[in-house]
Design a protein around this ligand. Sequence first.
Ligand SMILES: *[C@@H]1O[C@H](CO)[C@@H](O)[C@H](O)[C@H]1NC(C)=O
Ligand SMILES: *[C@@H]1O[C@H](CO)[C@@H](O)[C@H](O)[C@H]1NC(C)=O
Ligand SMILES: [Zn+2]
Length: 307
Amino acid sequence: MQPLVVSALLASLWTLCTGAGDWCYQSQFSCDHQCNAPEKWDHANSVCGESFQSPINVVTRKTLKDERLTPFKFDNYQQIFRGTIKNNGHSVQVGVPHVSTVSGGGLPDMYKAVQFHLHWGNNGGPGSEHTIDGEQYPMELHIVHMKHHYIDLTTALSDPEGVAVLGFFYERSKSANRKYDPIITALRSIKNTNGSTSLPSVSLAQLIPAEQNLTSYYRYKGSLTTPGCTEAVVWTLFENPIPLSMDQLKAFSELKFPDGKPMVGTFRPVQPLNGRQVFRSGGALILASATLLMVAMATALGLSQPN
Ligand SMILES: *[C@@H]1O[C@H](CO)[C@@H](O)[C@H](O)[C@H]1NC(C)=O
Ligand SMILES: *[C@@H]1O[C@H](CO)[C@@H](O)[C@H](O)[C@H]1NC(C)=O
Ligand SMILES: [Zn+2]
């Protein structure tokens, strides 16, 4: 081989190994795959290296209880729609009609749902983006909303509070969660990148815990967890996880990245808080005092009963 050819080859190998192409997750990085792993996302987009990034680890001991974090008001979350579910090469995403809204919950405005997508691990292993006291859940759902008067996400992202993401964790359960059947079934038809299919009928409400179980949550200001990492997100992380069986969790690992490798480990590592305060709703505490009150009342009633 000519020395010139050899050095050209070495140079191109160097480019490959340092990553010069599209962004990727750590699980996708190898020397023969040209991509920017999370530690290098700021090369592709400098915002990814800024101070108020997501996801984060929530240290519950350091959260501050905020009385303004009241229960949410969900509107049209029960609305059944036909969505299109797509393997976009990084995740699986479903666009939703802009009719379901969320307000209250200490949000500065009413927000409408735009899309939802998920982040997961390898065959049911750790895969959530946010962690709670260091615990990484098997999967995390992001329902992405924008302030109700915006018409697209791009516009909303130029407002520092333009986007509200509701984040839900999953936990492994013994039995399958039948409400997820439409999604799990659809995954078989979209294994390859850019594959898409229609979801016969789903509602946002069927994918998340019952409303009375959504009063305990964490709140902080952060960013999108994929490039461009825009810092325009009001984050809500619900304490109550969604149950899925091991088989249901594993179904997500059957999807494929653009290079045909299994789509696993689709999460960004946690980012530094850099002085941000994480708040928690009063939900858990209100429930506890309600229980105490009931116990007290029952005791009082019991005492007043004739023997
Ligand atoms: C609500 O939470 C309770 C306690 O964690 C749980 O037993 C119940 O199944 C939940 N209900 C729904 C619909 O998520
Ligand atoms: C997916 O679609 C995008 C946009 O049309 C295209 O650039 C990309 O090459 C496609 N990827 C695969 C693996 O088909
Ligand atoms: Zn996400």
